[in-house]
Design a protein around this ligand. Structure first.
Ligand SMILES: Cc1ncc(C[n+]2csc(CCOP(=O)(O)OP(=O)(O)O)c2C)c(N)n1
Ligand SMILES: [Mg+2]
Length: 378
């Protein structure tokens, strides 16, 4: 029977750790294995620590929303391995364009997560300055727009000549995170066109968590998403996104290639959004418990812990991480409750970099208006 587009060949998904925590690389993993040699014993531990800290923080942030302290929370439960592995594959000089769920990537890049809580508490007039926060760019709630920002930035890096200089400390690349749903947006296709044409130094990191709110990925694409790049001339690799080592190794290779001037690549990380889309969503309305349970059985943290135990990491380490994670979450809660809303006038301060006569006029008007209510009556 002729091959049909409905039955594509099975993807050679790159996996290093099985769901039960055994180190058993798939055949497709061979070319990525050398990248693990970069990891020190501390790095292996840090992967675990960051995943656990994030999951605990994530739960605390959801609680804050339920208690009326945040307007919204966007959970990342289940996606920690895809995010942590890929984040550690970046270098300080790289630029990271997130979607809105990559909290732990921000943490690894040096963003104080209080910035994200401030935003979702609705008391910040912007995000943060990427230049002083690890080149971690702003969250983008306009789906897929960040793909264009990233490609534009990658073109800029190329024009600046900071790619393939031969100096690994200097060469830069860009990574952009987006979801399975976002991949249906025109912005992603346009970004892929420009990335291919200019051979930009960038990685498209697609987290396929199987849903775009209530729409399952099977409704959106008749082909596996890692193939999306090939029509544009961009190589694609599918990875087990719940395998932190696969995420690290594969992203390291493609980021290295991008910095060396070999052009863009696309990675599809197969993972699952265990929680709700946001705290405004109820996933029981559109998916069955058995499906969620099948993914929980492939949990990224549990499998990595089993792997580390097999490497001889002792129980005191895991207990210490649990304690550190709950301290981190508690401190985040405390700081979230202390966040002070900016003054009304502050909204005028960042419209232009330089003072502007119209803005000054509007600000003076707003101040007069506010004062017209008198003390304590506003
Ligand atoms: C341009 C645009 N269209 C629609 C929406 C509404 N919306 C917000 S999130 C979302 C689903 C996104 O799914 P996916 O890209 O898979 O990312 P995930 O939330 O699963 O991480 C939609 C449709 C939006 N924010 N922006
Ligand atoms: Mg999705």
């Amino acid at each position: 029977m002729a091959a049909s587009i409905d039955s594509p060949r099975p993807a050679p998904t790159v996996q290093l750790l099985t769901a039960d925590g055994r180190f058993q690389p798939s055949d497709s993993a061979a070319e990525y294995l050398p990248y693990l040699d970069r990891l020190s014993e501390d790095d292996f531990l840090r992967f675990y620590r960051d995943m656990v800290v994030m999951r605990t923080f994530d739960g605390e942030a959801a609680n804050l929303q339920r208690q009326g302290q945040l307007a919204l929370w966007v959970p990342s439960h289940g996606q920690e391995a895809a995010q942590v592995g890929s984040a550690y594959a970046t270098r300080p000089q790289d630029h990271v364009f997130p979607s809105y769920r990559e909290h732990v990537v921000g943490m690894i890049r040096g963003l104080d997560l209080n910035n994200i809580l401030r935003m979702l508490r609705g008391v910040t007039l912007g995000g943060w300055d990427p230049a002083t926060n690890g080149n971690f760019h702003l969250y983008s709630l306009v789906l897929a727009s960040q793909a264009l920002h990233a490609t534009g930035y990658a073109m800029g890096i190329q024009f600046d000549g900071t790619v393939a200089t031969g100096n690994p400390e200097k060469d830069q690349a860009v990574i952009v995170y987006f979801g399975d749903g976002a991949s249906s947006q025109g912005d992603v296709s346009e970004a892929l066109v420009f990335a291919a044409s200019y051979q930009t130094p960038q990685v498209f990191f697609l987290q396929n968590n199987h849903y775009a709110i209530s729409v399952p990925v099977v409704r959106q694409s008749r082909t596996p998403l890692y193939l999306r790049g090939s029509g544009f001339g961009i190589p694609g690799t599918q990875i087990d996104g719940n395998d932190v080592l696969a995420s690290f190794a594969v992203t390291s290779k493609w980021m290295d290639d991008a910095r060396a001037g070999h052009g863009p690549a696309l990675i599809e990380a197969l993972t699952y959004r265990v929680g709700a889309h946001t705290t405004a969503d109820d996933p029981t309305k559109y998916r069955v418990d058995a499906e969620t349970a099948s993914w929980i059985a492939r949990d990224p943290i549990a499998r990595y812990r089993t792997y580390l135990e097999g490497r001889g990491v002792d129980q005191a380490f895991f207990a210490g991480v649990d304690e550190e994670a709950s301290d981190y979450a508690e401190d985040s809660r405390k700081r979230a409750l202390e966040i002070v809303a900016p003054t009304m006038e502050a909204i005028f301060d960042n419209v232009y970099a330089e003072p502007h006569v119209l803005i000054a006029e509007q600000k003076a008007w707003a101040e007069r208006y506010e004062a017209s209510f008198g003390e304590g009556q506003a």
